[in-house]
Design a protein around this ligand. Structure first.
Ligand code: MN
Length: 505
């Protein structure tokens, strides 16, 4: 068994029962539960450790395990299984205090009904079917938005569903330990990239703080010639350099400047233990060029990034990258840039001024240098590439004043109709679901930002699970979306969030 991706994080496997069945039955329940927990822990398809906890049969035991989970630094959630019937009033004290994600694994020890041998003893030991319902009622009664996964514990599909939630829980844990650095403030007058950083910290746990460029520049200027030489050697191995950037080329200095900026930002982020950052072309005092290549490479290493001061997207990109670790396909900062409105097939060209993550590159990226046209700085170096075809999604988080809304749109990434020889930036082309007309209208009606986290690794469920943990609104635009229904969902959500508010973890 390979080491889990999210080492040292763990899920606690808690099995509920009661004393009604006698000690022999409880021993059997404990033995079965130990086996299920061990199988989940051993599965390569589950990316978080699973720790077996002794079965709980009284309100006190349940309350204690919930409180322990709350305070265990590496415990990111509880997987609860009702092998038998566990009267749910026993769970009120514990679940009322639990502040970590909860998954109800609605499974059964034996997959099939043993037709020839099943008797009442067997039925009493294997009563998940209704034991789980009793537990579910308490989740609903307490308004705990717990996840329910139904299926046999050895079925790969069941384990995959648990893993989706486990990844979201890992990212939720990461979010609560996240610091985002802002170099400079927002792009002036831009609205959607603004927001309430105090509300965000209360809701998501992450802290966003601003730094003057004067704080960053000493790190950039502190890059040694040797460090720059080493990093350029790395560039030469990983990418195809344009002629002017090669050794002896007349723009080689620009590549050295970019390398110094990468070394400087990385040093700043490591020193301050930041997990993401923002910058803005309007505030680059002391930097020779807008960080293009540096931001692209830092994203590839798992840092969140948001352009133009967009800290919500920086945090979202980090969250998406964190939960996607080890999955096929990449995740990047993205922006809907330009449309293809052809009646033969409407598409969106996604890109940014520079900062698209090479984790979504199709093949070896090129390194190029071109003028930027805004910002008044030297020509920035950037990676240029296309993105492979396949399913993907765009996600955004916006601040509506009284709550945060996550909006997700599924897409099909497609290859460009023709080469784009004069486009000097990395780009993705996609057909949004259900089509461009409905997708764009729904996205704007919901107030979705122009910046997104784009992923070819994550599914809708990863993000929906995360949104539930964060207790924020989640709205989906997919193949089944109609504007009529979508508008109604937003109206109902408005009413819901004004009157109550789903309890997140
Ligand atoms: Mn932008």
């Amino acid at each position: 068994m390979a080491e889990k991706i999210f080492q040292p994080l763990e899920l606690w496997f808690v099995t509920g029962s009661q004393h009604l069945y006698g000690p022999e039955a409880l021993e059997q329940v404990a033995e079965d539960a130990r086996q299920v927990a061990a199988a989940l822990d051993a599965s390569d398809a589950l990316s978080v450790n699973v720790v077996f906890r002794p079965i709980v049969t009284t309100p006190d035991e349940i309350r204690r395990v919930c409180i322990e989970a709350n305070s265990a630094e590496n415990c990111i959630g509880i997987v609860a299984w009702m092998h038998t019937f566990s009267p749910a009033k026993m769970w009120i004290a514990g679940l009322s205090q639990l502040n970590k994600p909860l998954l109800q694994l609605h499974t059964q020890y034996g997959r099939d009904i043993p037709w020839g041998s099943i008797d009442m003893d067997f039925m009493n030991l294997h009563q998940t079917a209704h034991g789980g319902r009793e537990f579910g009622f308490m989740g609903a009664r307490l308004r705990i938005a717990h996840k329910v996964v139904v299926g046999h514990w050895q079925d790969p599909e069941t384990i995959a569903e648990v893993d989706v939630w486990a990844r979201a829980a890992a990212a939720w844990h990461d979010s609560k330990h996240m610091k985002i650095a802002r170099f400079g403030d927002n792009m002036r007058e831009v609205a959607v990239t603004e927001g309430d950083k105090v509300s965000a910290q209360i809701q998501f746990g992450y802290a966003v703080n601003g730094y003057g460029l004067g704080d960053l520049v000493p790190h950039v200027n502190g890059a040694t010639e040797q460090q720059i030489d080493d990093l350029i050697e790395e560039y030469e191995h990983a990418y195809t350099l344009a002629d002017p950037l090669k050794a002896g080329g007349d723009m080689r200095f620009a590549l050295r400047d970019a390398a110094a900026i990468e070394i400087g930002i990385r040093s700043f982020l490591v020193e301050g233990r930041f997990k993401g950052y923002t910058d803005t072309f309007e505030n680059l005092h002391g930097l020779k060029q807008l960080p293009g290549l540096p931001s692209q490479r830092l994203m590839a290493d798992g840092y969140g990034f948001g352009g133009e001061g967009d800290w919500k997207t920086a945090a979202l990109v980090r969250t998406m990258k964190f939960m996607a670790q080890g999955l096929a396909g990449g995740t990047s900062f993205m922006e809907d840039y330009t449309y293809h409105f052809s009646p033969d097939g409407m598409k969106v060209l996604g890109a940014h001024m520079l900062e698209i993550c090479p984790s979504i590159a199709d093949g070896k990226p090129n390194v190029e240098v071109h003028p930027l046209g805004i910002g008044g700085k030297a020509d920035p170096v950037r990676l240029v590439f296309d993105v492979p075809a396949g399913p993907g999604l765009n996600a955004t988080v916006i601040d509506l004043g009284d709550r945060f809304r996550m909006l997700v749109n599924t897409v099909d990434t497609v290859v460009p109709d023709a080469p784009l020889p004069k486009l000097p930036v990395a780009r993705a082309l996609w057909i949004p679901h259900p089509n461009l007309k409905v997708s764009a209208a729904a996205w704007m009606i919901a107030g979705g930002a122009h910046h997104t986290g784009f992923s070819q690794a994550l599914t809708v469920q990863h993000l929906q699970d995360f949104a539930e943990m964060a207790g924020i609104e989640f709205a989906l635009i997919d193949q089944s979306t109609t504007l009529y229904d979508f508008k109604n969902v937003l109206r109902w959500n408005d009413l819901y969030y004004h009157s109550t508010g789903l309890r997140g973890w």
